[in-house]
Design a protein around this ligand. Structure first.
Ligand code: FE
Ligand code: FE
Length: 387
């Protein structure tokens, strides 16, 4: 029978305190493996900005990878919703039917354990292992039966002196946190520009204009746009900002969208009038131009073109348009295909998505914006010429 530890958390970011706890647990309990389980983020919860689930999983890999006992599981991330520990344990039990499970938790867990969903079942599925400070306060097991008490195992581990929240705040203010993180995580954060609040004014703007699902999407698109910009040699800051702002008018009432488009000097065409879904892109551009300091024509263009596409799109236009399809919270059926195409060529991804959009609209009997058709034709012809 194998002894399997399960260590879950947001890991936003994972730090050396997490690692020390996991190593202590593995050593003291003689665990054969420890499953590191970064939590998924429920779409309705107010999102924590600046690092996506994929980033958190990758940073876990970097923090824990060099000890062969550790493995990273994306089970909860893939579930994409709030995961209950009890469900995760039941699922792991199916994957590793013969194993004995040890849930690894921080020292404050015991105070709230009875509020956990189905805590009694958790105790029947796993030993609950809690870090304790040497010599200091003993764990308080009052209120548990003798049988239940046996399922708690104190681990004598150095307490974690820093929280991920404190690390995020320090990173946002530019302080040095390298002593708390694996060096590879420090590099990863730097390269991917995580946790830096680069556009606080515009972050607050979208936070006050969008609901939490749309906000989560906007943060996702800004990160995806930044990554594509780094890959394809565009200005990463502009891409990130355009991604952050692209849906800024999405939650505004339709009438408001329409009026800002008109104030911006555009008269809606018959096709546009017939499909209000495309308004928010034009409205977003007009809103930013009229009501904010954004006057960069490239950013304004990328926001304007993000829904319909257009012929002759700039690199930044293409990046924001595709980032909108591949951001990490997207989960439509062929998102993996679009992600793979985007990694290979923005144009190939654009052909795929415009083909899908045109076919979908036609099948539903909806009008197709001429910019989408132009985008398809233009991209197709340039791709064929390039071959
Ligand atoms: Fe949009
Ligand atoms: Fe969007």
């Amino acid at each position: 029978m194998k002894k399997t530890g399960v260590f879950g958390g947001s890991f936003n970011p994972p730090h050396l305190g997490h690692r020390r706890l996991a190593v202590s647990a593995a050593d003291r309990l003689g665990l054969d493996r420890v499953i590191i389980m970064p939590a998924g983020v429920p779409p309705h919860k107010v999102p924590v900005a600046f690092a996506g689930a994929a980033d958190r999983a990758e940073m876990c890999r970097l923090t824990f990878a060099d000890d062969p006992r550790f493995e990273i599981s994306t089970l909860e991330i893939e579930r994409g919703n709030k995961s209950y520990t009890v469900d995760t344990l039941n699922e792991l039990k199916k994957i590793y039917p013969g194993d004995e499970f040890y849930l690894i938790t921080g020292s404050d867990m015991l105070e709230t354990f009875k509020q956990w969903y189905k805590w009694e079942e958790i105790l029947s599925l796993a030993y609950v292992c809690t870090a304790v400070r040497e010599k200091s306060a003993k764990l308080d097991y009052s209120g548990y039966t003798a049988q239940q008490k046996k399922r708690f195992i104190p681990i004598d581990a150095e307490p974690v002196e820093i929280s991920s929240t404190a690390i995020r705040n320090a990173l946002a203010s530019g302080s040095d946190v390298s002593q708390y993180l694996d060096g590879r995580v420090v590099d990863y954060i730097k390269i991917n520009a995580l946790y830096a609040d680069r556009f606080p004014q515009y972050r607050r703007l979208v936070e006050s204009n969008l609901d939490s699902a749309r906000l989560n999407h906007s943060f996702g698109v800004s990160r995806a746009a930044r990554k594509l910009a780094l890959q394809y040699g565009a200005n990463a800051d502009k891409a990130e900002l355009a991604g952050l702002l692209h849906d800024v008018m999405k939650n505004a009432p339709k009438e408001e969208q329409k009026s800002v488009i008109e104030r911006g000097g555009h008269k809606l065409t018959a096709v546009e009038l017939a499909n209000s879904k495309v308004w928010h892109a034009m409205a977003g551009e007009a809103f930013l131009r009229l009501k904010t300091d954004i006057d960069d024509p490239e950013i304004l263009s990328a926001v304007r073109r993000h829904t319909t596409g257009a012929a002759g799109m700039s690199l930044l236009d293409k990046i924001v348009y595709i980032a909108d399809f591949i951001s990490e919270e997207r989960d439509y059926p062929d998102v993996a295909t679009v992600r793979a195409l985007a990694a290979e060529s923005l144009e190939k991804a654009i052909i795929y998505t415009t083909t899908y959009t045109i076919r979908d609209l036609a099948q539903k009997g909806l009008p197709i914006h001429p910019d989408t058709v132009d985008c398809y034709n233009d991209t197709l012809i340039k791709l064929t010429e390039g071959e």
